[in-house]
Each structure stands twice: as C-alpha cells, then as structure tokens.
Design a protein around this ligand. Structure first.
Ligand code: ACO
Length: 311
C-alpha cells in the first residue's frame, strides 16, 4: 500500500505538474535525481577533456573559435546542472568529492580517446547527437529546475551537433586521406555512441521507477533505436559506412535492425577500465587541486566583505 503522501505526489506527476525544490518529495525521488543530475553534470565537465585536447590543434582560426565556444558551452551546462542538483540539498563540493572518489559516474563515452581532427566531427555529430536525443525529452521531466536547465542546454547541443556534422561534411568530401579519417572516426565512435543510452532495458536498474516519476521519459532501448533511425541516413548522406554488417531497414517495423554494442566492454568501462578512465580522473583531480587557492581566496574575500558589512 502506497502511503497517502506518496500517492498524492505520484498523482501530481501523472497530471504533468512540475515538482519544485522546497516541495515535499519521496527520499527515493530526491536520491535518484541527485544521482542522475549529478552524473549528467559530471559528464558535461569531463566531456570537455576529449575536445579540449584539439583546441590547440584545430586546423583553422575559425574551427578553433567554434571548438572553443563549444567546450565553454559544456562547462556552462555542467554549472547549470550542478545548480539544479544543489536545489536538492547536495553541495557542489560533495558532488565533486563523490566523483573524485569514484562514487559517482560520468558518461562512458568520455573514456574513449580523440585521435584525429575527424574525431571532433564524429564527437559533435554522434556524441552530441546522442546527447540531444536523450535530453530533448528531459525538457519535460518532472523536476522543475532540471527541466528548465535542459531547455537552454538542448539549444546549445543542437549547435554542437551541427558543427560536428559540418566537420564531417568537409572531411567526407575532402581528399581521399580526409575521407579515410572521417570513416575511421565513425568506425571508432559508432558503438561507444550507442552505449551512451545505457544498458539494454532488461539490464537497466533505474528505468522503471525513473519513468514512473518522469525523471526519465523514455527507455534506453527506445532512444537508442531513435538515434540509429535518425543517424543512418545522415551517414549515407555523408557517403560513409556505419560499421555494422547487419544494419538493415526493417520494412515491417519501419526501423533499422542493428547490432548491439559489446555490453561486456560497456560494463568494463563503467568499472574504470576504459582506454582513458585513469587519464580523465587524473585531469579532473589535478584541476580540483590546482584550483584550491582560488576557492580559498574567494572564501577569504567573502568573509572579509561580510565582516565589513557587520562593522
Ligand atoms: N555511462 C556511464 N554510466 C552509465 C551509462 C553510460 N552511458 N548508462 C548507464 N549507466 C549507469 C547508470 O548510471 C547506472 O549506474 P548507477 O546505478 O551506479 O548510477 C547503471 O549504469 C544502470 O543503468 P540504468 O539503470 O539504465 O541508468 P539510468 O536510468 O540512469 O539511465 C541514462 C542512464 C540514460 C544515461 C540516464 O541517466 C540519463 O538519461 N541521464 C541524463 C543524461 C546524461 O547523463 N547524459 C550524459 C551524457 S551526454 C553529455 O553530457 C554530453
């Protein structure tokens, strides 16, 4: 039997109402949101690293300016999301601490290296493309601050996806060597991009409860299918080949049948064994430790101002 307060809460969710920070919510709802929003925020922040790698090596001034703006956008997304998580009663310091201690996750995708300039195209096109596919529905999520953060994030993600596709267009229509680089980037990022949507529905621990609470709006497999359906024609338009011999439009369902990613690899990356997990965490910890003096200086400045006001 559901307790009356929880039942009333569920009715509000079912009616499409937004839940706001100071309102009553079940503990599980709060915890699950902190987990998901925190993981999302960490993904935006760690997600700056693979692309930051190419800012100094972008081929033209224009490409450099675009990439710089995009990476700065990701920092901004992380900050809105930390703010949204803070409204649930967890501090930013606590969230960082949990990330650094390996108690919170960030997206598996950012544990793969970016080896060539074409990877900047593939990341924008596929990784940001997958991110939008997942985040557009989250604009309707039940928690007000999360839903509102998603609106601006999605606008910026669309620009990111377009800039990535534009790089792919240039590379795919460039010299034979450039086209090979574009194909190689697609080959390496295809399956990791499919993994971004999470494990298959039968292995998804949180989906059922998260969907009942509208913390999630779709299942992992639904969004993965939608992504494949949208992206395969784009690859064809680019003249590139999706690395899946069994990929085929199913005339009955209207959807593409496709090969699932290697789930053993996915769970291994989650455990910390991906190609770049150690590098990413080391870079984040170094940034945190290196920024300690800034945090101290700001706290000292704030204390001084407060004391001056009291005097
Ligand atoms: N990378 C790392 N961990 C993942 C991933 C992934 N791609 N997919 C699932 N997991 C983890 C889950 O966090 C969960 O572990 P936990 O219980 O320790 O937190 C476990 O695998 C089981 O998965 P699910 O039960 O299916 O997890 P969930 O319901 O949270 O679904 C999803 C995962 C779809 C990523 C969801 O959290 C979500 O929609 N998050 C918001 C979007 C987001 O975080 N995007 C980040 C990447 S995009 C970007 O930032 C540019």
């Amino acid at each position: 039997e559901m307790d009356p307060q929880e039942r009333a809460f569920q009715e509000r969710i079912d009616a499409g109402e937004k839940i706001e920070p100071k309102e009553w919510m079940p503990d599980g709802y709060r915890k699950n949101l902190i987990r998901q929003i925190g993981q999302h925020a960490h993904s935006e922040i760690v997600g700056q690293l693979p692309e930051g790698n190419w800012i100094t090596r972008a081929p033209t001034l224009e490409r450099k300016a675009i990439l710089l703006a995009k990476v700065q956008d990701e920092a901004g997304h992380g900050l809105y999301l930390y703010c949204a998580a803070e409204t649930l009663g967890v501090s930013r310091d606590e969230l960082f601490e949990m990330l650094h201690e390996g108690k919170m996750k960030y997206s598996s995708i950012f544990n793969y290296p970016t080896l060539t300039w074409a990877d900047m195209g593939a990341v924008g096109w596929l990784v940001d493309g997958a991110a939008i596919m997942n985040q557009v529905p989250l604009q309707r999520t039940s928690y007000g601050p999360y839903a509102r953060a998603m609106i601006r994030i999605c606008k910026e993600e669309s620009f990111h996806q377009r800039q990535g596709f534009d790089i792919m267009m240039k590379m795919a229509n460039g010299t034979a060597a450039q086209k090979r680089m574009a194909q190689d980037a697609l080959d390496r990022f295809w399956y990791p991009a499919l993994m971004m949507f999470g494990p298959s529905d039968k292995d998804s621990v949180h989906s059922a409860q998260s969907m009942a609470w509208k913390i999630k709006m779709n299942t992992n497999d639904e969004l993965r299918q939608k992504f494949v359906d949208q992206t395969v024609p784009q690859a064809e338009y680019l003249g590139l080949t999706v690395p899946d011999n069994d990929l085929k439009k199913n005339e009955e369902t209207g959807h593409y049948d496709f090969t699932q990613p290697d789930w053993a690899e996915f769970f291994d990356v989650l455990k910390g064994n991906g190609p770049c997990n150690a590098d990413r965490m080391a870079a984040r910890k170094e940034a945190w430790d290196g920024g300690a003096w800034v945090r101290e200086a700001m706290a000292a400045h704030a204390a001084k101002k407060k004391a001056a006001k009291l005097a």
